[in-house]
Design a protein around this ligand. Structure first.
Ligand code: PGA
Length: 251
């Protein structure tokens, strides 16, 4: 098993600049070959500086996203697209409405599928990723529970897109955005760990002291279902882009 390369940046903006450069190169290289680029995207505070950089690439340097297909990691169960806290809204506000991605190339799990239809919806999501040619690059944050997507502790390494219950710690961390714990959904639909590990390239970002302990566990702990991000040790092309505070528990 190889160690995951860790890049410690002075600031999150520096990390975002580097990751956006890699993404822009990938999109341009694929475009030159007449190919689409398939990006797996994440929500939360972590990727916001990266999305700002991608928007700059589009607005100031003419990078087109017309050949990009996106699949988001997850969505809260019970939230319609128009809900202010839905990840649909988040992605449109933070990225999609500022770039030229085609609406038909935006894919996110739905928060409003009837319970009986969730397995078919998840299966169709997996199939859509395959039909697009698989994920070229998956962007990840990490939760304090070690989750990637909403793969909370106990998620199997070969799990696929499915409905999951949210860990109490995850719900607590979301309470501020939702204006109280009671408003935070208790479940979500998420890509599985196996879905994420099928990506050709993965970059996990983390900022701040609150992520230091879990970053250390993910990188240096055993590969274990109690920390889903530890599964990334089994992936041949994953890097961690973190700031000094998130690196502070690494020896
Ligand atoms: P955050 O969440 O980016 O808001 O810290 C990360 C995650 O839960 O994956």
């Amino acid at each position: 098993m190889q160690k995951i390369p860790v890049h410690v940046f002075p600031t999150r903006a520096d990390a975002a600049t580097q990751l956006a450069l890699e993404t822009a190169s990938l999109i341009k290289d694929n475009e030159a070959k007449g190919k689409h680029t398939v990006l797996g995207l994440a929500t939360g505070d972590t990727p916001v500086p990266y999305y700002k950089e991608l928007i700059k690439w589009h607005q100031e340097r003419g990078l087109s996203f017309a050949t990009v297909t996106c699949f988001n990691l997850d969505e809260y169960t019970g939230l319609c697209r128009d809900h202010p806290q839905s990840y649909w809204q988040f992605m449109h506000n933070q990225l999609f409405q500022h770039i030229d991605i085609l609406p038909e190339n935006i894919h996110m799990p739905s928060g409003t599928v009837a319970e009986a239809d969730i397995p078919a919806h998840c299966h169709a999501y997996e199939q859509a990723i395959l039909d697009a040619g698989g994920l070229d690059m998956q962007i990840l944050g990490i939760g304090r529970t070690g989750h990637i997507g909403f793969n909370e502790p106990g998620s199997p390494i070969d799990s696929r897109t499915r409905a999951v219950s949210l860990d109490p710690v995850t719900r607590e961390d979301a309470a501020r955005t939702f204006g109280g714990l009671a408003q935070v959904p208790t479940s979500a639909i998420t890509m599985g760990c196996g879905t994420i590990l099928s990506a050709k390239r993965i970059v996990l970002m983390a900022w701040g002291n609150s992520k230091a302990d879990i970053i250390n566990q993910a990188l240096n702990g055993s590969v274990n279902s109690s920390v889903s991000a530890s599964y990334l040790q089994r992936h041949p092309n994953t890097d961690f882009y973190i700031d000094a505070a998130a690196a502070s528990a690494l020896s």
